[in-house]
Design a protein around this ligand. Structure first.
Ligand code: PLP
Length: 428
């Protein structure tokens, strides 16, 4: 971490609000970060990650929290959350390796295998055999049992159940009722018994309704949890935990209210009923979304018959959510005199050759000029993780903050990084 001139800027932000809005970020500091680390740039505040964890853990005092690393795998995030008491839920061998290499003890690591590629099983079972022997593998199909057995795995095993209940901010992330995920609910008991008979150390059941669940989805959440409670009470094997997944939503729009965590926790307790196992939750987005902003420079301003178009150097390759899910992200002009400029309708677009490469259309934002810096809010979850090199664009850096301290957690890629894996084909 570096001590630098950031100490001259007041870095304080509202302490532990239920949601940190884009307006809460210090514009002067964001401008300085952008000029120091170059554009585009992800900024992630670890203090905010801590606050989010503590608020969620306080609402679910009896639950064991596993952070869904897919939301943001930056090592300082994994380390911060682990030091707060969270386990880590991993969606791939790569995430599992990241968690173990960040010194998360194997008993706090769970790998959720969805149609696991051979490399994933080889890698995870390999790490298990080499000392990470308390990790848990969650299977979503009996086929995976065969594949684990053939690799000699007889460690901790959890069965993912398809609860037949889906929810979430977009149909593309409502996984709960999608046949791709989990063992059908009606066959879950058999799957648990079979895994136990075959010598696996069966420890839990798991389900996940979807991502970005709001207060309106409480009914679906209740239904999923109550089905999991029922299954736990009828389980043919003793269970250590019942994992009801993640999905706790955050407000992306400025006028949206934060999730009523106490209401969700209360509904969860009621729906689960008495079970002789620990409740587990797997939040991703909730812990990191509002801890992150994406900063980007304005490079083009164009008046057109269809409106004012603002070109920035971040695009759908940097933050995919608007193109992928039509997701709304707040956008703020952080130019020093932005408050004195008129708010006018502007369309903010990236440099990618796709019409989907748009962050907002005709949105009222303080008039943007070439050279301004824009901040895109709630970018801490599924931002960098979904970034790509499409159009041969290097991925941006991530800077982490904690109070006045700051450090690069991921350096910016170069064009050389993008082309490094290629070699000459001799016959061409
Ligand atoms: N658990 C599982 C199995 C998931 O698939 C996901 C997200 O897709 C999560 C947890 C985290 O969801 P969220 O980030 O919405 O909390």
């Amino acid at each position: 971490m570096s001590d630098d001139d950031s100490t001259e800027i007041d870095c304080t932000m509202p302490e532990n609000p239920e949601i940190r809005r884009l307006t809460d970020w210090n514009a002067e500091r964001l401008r300085r970060l952008l000029s120091e680390y170059a554009s585009p740039l992800y900024v992630l505040d670890l203090q905010r990650v801590r606050e989010n964890y503590r608020r969620l853990a306080a609402a679910f005092p009896d639950a064991d929290v596993h952070y869904a690393a897919k939301a943001n795998t930056a090592r300082p995030v994994l380390r911060t959350l682990q030091s707060e008491g969270a386990g880590i839920e991993c969606a791939s061998a790569g995430e599992t390796v990241r968690a173990l290499d960040a010194d998360v003890p194997s008993e706090r690591v769970q790998y959720t295998a969805v149609n696991p590629p051979t490399e994933d099983l080889d890698t995870v079972v390999g790490r298990w055999a080499q000392g990470a022997d308390d990790l848990t593998i969650t299977i979503g199909a009996l086929d995976t049992l065969d594949r684990l057995e053939s690799r000699g795995y007889d460690g901790r095993l959890c069965v993912r159940v398809n609860p037949g209940v889906g929810a979430g901010h977009h149909e593309k992330v409502a996984t709960g009722a999608d046949a791709k995920f989990g063992v059908p609910y009606e066959r879950a008991g058999e799957a648990l018994a079979e895994a136990d008979d075959r010598g696996f150390d069966v420890v839990g059941i798991h389900a996940h309704a979807g991502s970005g669940i709001s207060g309106e989805d409480l009914q679906s959440h209740r239904k999923l949890v109550s089905r999991m409670g029922e299954l736990a009470r009828n389980s043919p094997v003793d269970l250590e935990f019942v994992d009801i997944g993640g999905g706790f939503g955050v407000p992306y729009r400025e006028d949206e209210d934060p999730l009523d965590l106490d209401a969700v926790a209360e509904a969860t307790r009621e729906a689960l009923g008495e079970v002789d196992a620990t409740l587990e939750i797997e939040p991703g987005r909730y812990l990191v979304a509002d801890a992150g902003v994406l900063l980007t420079d304005v490079n083009t301003v164009k008046e057109t018959p269809d409106g004012r178009v603002i070109g920035v150097d971040a695009g759908m390759t940097t933050l995919l959510r608007p193109a992928m899910y039509d997701a709304y992200h707040p956008i703020r002009n952080v130019a020093p005199d932005a408050a004195d400029r008129p708010a006018i309708a502007q369309t903010v677009t990236g440099p990618i050759c796709e019409s989907a490469d748009v962050f907002c259309t005709d949105r009222s934002i303080a008039e943007c000029r070439r050279g301004d810096a824009l901040a895109i809010g709630n970018a801490g979850a599924y931002g960098y993780e979904m970034a790509s090199q499409y159009n041969s664009r290097p991925r941006p850096a991530t800077v982490v903050l904690s109070g006045e301290k700051e450090a690069i957690a991921r350096r910016r890629e170069t064009i050389e990084d993008v082309t490094r894996l290629e070699r000459e084909v001799e016959w061409l």
